[in-house]
Design a protein around this ligand. Structure first.
Ligand code: TXA
Ligand code: MG
Length: 349
């Protein structure tokens, strides 16, 4: 298949009608959102949804998120929306928040992975919004990566994974945030965060004080006995090609420990990578060192994380040591992705 690329230059006029038409006809179009790039198709078209799973190599019982442009579209998708859900959607939409609601019968099981609930999000990225409103399609979109790779934060990575497999890629440059949306389930007894993101637990608590973190998130990988509520969480998640280990503690101790570990591995003949914050980079003396952003600016760390992991996958390092972060506010989402990537290997110093 020949994949069309539509490049959008910042501040320039663009015509998105071709992409909107492809979606209406059941095609696959990758597009930027404020979190990560999405791989979109008409979520009310079973065949189109099936094509998404095929292009990503994704198990068909892992449900998709429906993306909408306006509140009228929500009426077509969900029913029995609780007051709490309504409050949270009104506060954070459009934006990096996905809610799990009861689905209307018109939403095909091909899109919800066989569930009677449905994930919905109204993104804020201007290109995503224009595509959604011009097509008037409720767009089912997972992240636009091959299953098992980090979510793409620039069109370059979408092209790497999807070129030749989908109809079109809209290149809108680098995304702003770099981590997938926060997912909150409003169909269980108490609102439950299934995936941490930019809308933090602290922000949600201000509106719905009874919100909790899903047990699978606090179990630190010991999930055998806990049924993961987001089906995506039960699959082997992205794991880097190299063995990743996180080091947590006070900066000078962390630098010392990482240098020790890196030296040891290099002496054994392995190639080593280091993920460090800008403030600490001058302290590292071994291996391929990558700057993940300023420790004082968590937003930059979130924005760089998936790029750094992809770059290491393209290098020949066999062991990666990474600094860890505080698990509060946005740090919770960053550490959720890092800990999964590390298979929960963490050393405290
Ligand atoms: O930021 C994002 O959310 C991006 C952009 C493209 O919008 N999308 C994204 O989609 O991350 P995906 O498919 O990579 O992740 C969706 C997650 C999966 O873990 C899936 O299992 C969960 O949402 N999910 C979807 N529908 C669900 C449902 N009805 N109940 C529980 N979890 C659900
Ligand atoms: Mg994904």
């Amino acid at each position: 298949m020949n994949t069309l690329i539509l490049k959008i230059e910042e501040g320039q006029e663009y015509d998105i009608s071709k992409a909107a038409k492809l979606l209406k006809l059941g095609g696959l179009v990758a597009f930027p959102t404020e979190t990560v790039y999405g791989l979109g198709a008409d979520g009310f078209n079973k065949e189109a949804s099936r094509k998404i799973y095929a292009a990503k190599g994704r198990p068909s019982d892992n449900p998709l998120i429906l993306h909408i442009a306006d509140w009228e579209q929500l009426d077509k998708i969900a029913s029995n929306i609780s007051k709490e859900a309504d409050k949270v959607m009104r506060a954070f939409w459009p934006g990096p928040l996905t809610v799990i609601l009861n689905k209307k019968k018109e939403v095909p099981y091909e899109t919800t992975g066989g569930l009677d609930t449905v994930a919905v999000r109204m993104p804020s990225h201007p290109v995503a919004r224009r595509l959604l409103s011009e097509s008037q399609v409720c767009v089912a979109a997972p992240s636009a990566n091959t299953s098992g790779r980090p979510s793409p934060t620039t069109a370059k990575y979408v092209i790497e994974d999807m070129n030749g497999k989908i109809d079109m890629i809209i290149d809108g440059g680098s995304v702003g945030l770099g981590l997938e949306s926060t997912i909150v389930d409003f169909t269980s007894d108490v609102p439950t965060v299934l995936r941490p993101g930019f809308i933090t637990l602290e922000m949600l608590r201000e509106l719905i004080p009874n919100v909790v973190l899903d047990k699978a998130l606090t179990a630190q990988g010991r999930v055998e006995n806990i049924k993961a509520k987001a089906p995506g969480m039960k699959y082997k998640h992205y794991a880097p090609k190299a063995d990743l280990c996180l080091i947590k503690g006070e900066s000078s101790q962390v630098i010392k420990k990482i240098n020790e570990l890196a030296k040891e591995k290099e002496e054994e003949g392995y190639r080593v990578g280091i993920i460090g914050t800008e403030e600490n980079i001058p302290g590292y003396t071994f291996g391929l060192i990558k700057n993940i952003g300023k420790r004082g600016e968590v937003n930059s760390i979130a924005a760089n994380l998936y790029r750094v992991l992809r770059e290491f996958d393209d290098s020949d390092v066999q062991y990666i040591y990474s600094e860890a972060f505080e698990e509060e506010e946005l740090g919770q989402a960053i550490m959720n992705r890092l800990k999964k990537a590390a298979g929960y290997q963490m050393i405290r110093v």
